[in-house]
Design a protein around this ligand. Structure first.
Ligand SMILES: C[S@@+](CC[C@H](N)C(=O)[O-])C[C@H]1O[C@@H](n2cnc3c(N)ncnc32)[C@H](O)[C@@H]1O
Length: 232
């Protein structure tokens, strides 16, 4: 599942060209987070994690990609963050966290032409259910799971420039519009120097909500038009 291995050295450069505004995300999240004990899923290179720990939260983070994990480990050295190289599909900590966060990660909401859909790195429904069960079981009673909206992918070969490099991506349908591959490229001059292929699937918001409610979550709500909250 190491779809970020080639791209990881460029990840922070890409996010800095306007892809992510971590301080803004942190300020939003502060208004939504319950309690102090947080689990962050798919920490990536640890940018948001760093703001959460600096803000005084007791943070545990998991990340499935080894190269991303290594960068996060370096970034978070000397902090109190507990970091695990782990897939959420296999992660359980019984009733341990007040809030679980996934930012631009395991699940994102997309305002697509077909309406609101949930897009996931987890590419089959059985494992999506398993991940949601692990999230549910790791939350304390009345805990919450927060994940975010993401812009609809708009592939363009023009891409985004950063220094000598360019980042662009293409989307290839796999099994219809609900199952596709996002291929990220880093280019230097005319040469592609790194590529990552990420298989993703989409579920309608309704289907995702139904799975969550069947697991036991009380409700699924949208906040600030940018975040989804599942309440235990
Ligand atoms: C787009 S990055 C976002 C990283 C970070 N949250 C941020 O805001 O910069 C998505 C991350 O989720 C991780 N990821 C995807 N599926 C995962 C899973 N099942 N368990 C843990 N991490 C996962 C990927 O390896 C990747 O580092």
């Amino acid at each position: 599942m190491d779809f970020y291995s080639e791209i990881s050295p460029y990840y922070d450069k890409i996010t800095r060209i306007g892809y992510m505004n971590y301080s803004k995300v942190y300020n939003d999240l502060k208004k939504l987070i319950k309690g102090k004990k947080i689990l962050e899923l798919g920490v990536g290179t640890g940018n948001l994690t760093k703001l959460l720990t600096k803000g005084g939260f007791d943070v545990t983070g998991i990340e499935v990609s080894k190269p991303m994990f290594k960068i996060a480990k370096k970034r978070l050295a000397g902090t109190k963050v507990k970091l695990f190289l782990k897939d959420i599909i296999n992660f359980k900590k019984k009733e341990n966290f007040d809030t679980i966060i996934s930012h631009a990660s395991i699940f994102v909401v997309i305002k697509s032409k077909e309406g609101l859909v949930i897009e996931s790195y987890i590419t089959n429904k059985r494992n999506i259910k398993r991940a949601l069960e692990n999230i549910y079981n790791s939350l304390k009673e009345e805990g919450i799971f927060i994940f975010d909206f993401y812009p609809e992918h708009n592939p363009s070969k023009r891409g985004f420039k950063f220094g000598k490099y360019k980042y662009w991506f293409e989307i290839k349908q796999n099994k219809g519009m609900w199952d596709f591959i996002k291929i990220n490229h880093i280019q230097k001059g005319d040469k592609i120097i790194a590529t990552s292929k990420i298989h993703k699937i989409r579920l309608s918001r309704k289907e995702f909500e139904n799975i969550s409610l069947r697991i036991g979550f009380k409700s699924m709500k949208t906040r600030f038009g940018k975040y989804i909250i599942l309440e235990k």
